[in-house]
Unconditional design. Structure first.
Length: 140
């Protein structure tokens, strides 16, 4: 699932006119905004049973990629670097078959999609604030 940003045309054109500085601002602002949203995702993650480690604490903001077209993409949640600590959340999101009973377990199916939707407004609001703030610093 992803969040597509629309309506940032003026900010985007200003950042493009700044060249490399604008690229750095965009990447840094996206990473920091995603960190704000990550706290919401962590709070909505299924909680570990007593005596288990809390996998949600290991969710993270991953790599930020910039494409030649000017698009920026950022990953959040589970990747290869935190797989061992978070794989339980992955299986909770998709459902799984219990190893002993063989019954399908799916009380938290789709939790990550719901958490991302809940964090979308926070991420976008934070991103806009951070971009405008950085542009204002440069243009002063």
């Amino acid at each position: 699932m992803g969040i597509e940003i629309k309506g940032f045309d003026d900010i985007g054109s200003t950042l493009n006119s700044l060249g490399k500085v604008g690229d750095k601002i965009t990447t840094t602002a996206l990473r920091n905004s995603m960190k704000d949203g990550l706290e919401i995702v962590k709070s909505k993650a299924p909680k570990a049973s007593k005596g288990s480690t809390n996998s949600a604490e290991h969710l993270k903001v991953g790599k930020i990629k910039r494409y030649k077209s000017g698009s920026v993409w950022g990953g959040m949640g589970i990747d290869s670097s935190n797989w061992e600590n978070t794989k339980g959340l992955y299986f909770q999101h998709w459902g799984y078959e219990h190893w002993k009973s063989g019954k399908r377990v799916q009380p938290h199916v789709g939790w990550f999609d719901e958490a991302l939707l809940a964090s979308e407004e926070t991420i976008l609001g934070s991103l806009e604030d951070k971009l405008v703030s950085e542009i204002d610093k440069i243009l002063k």
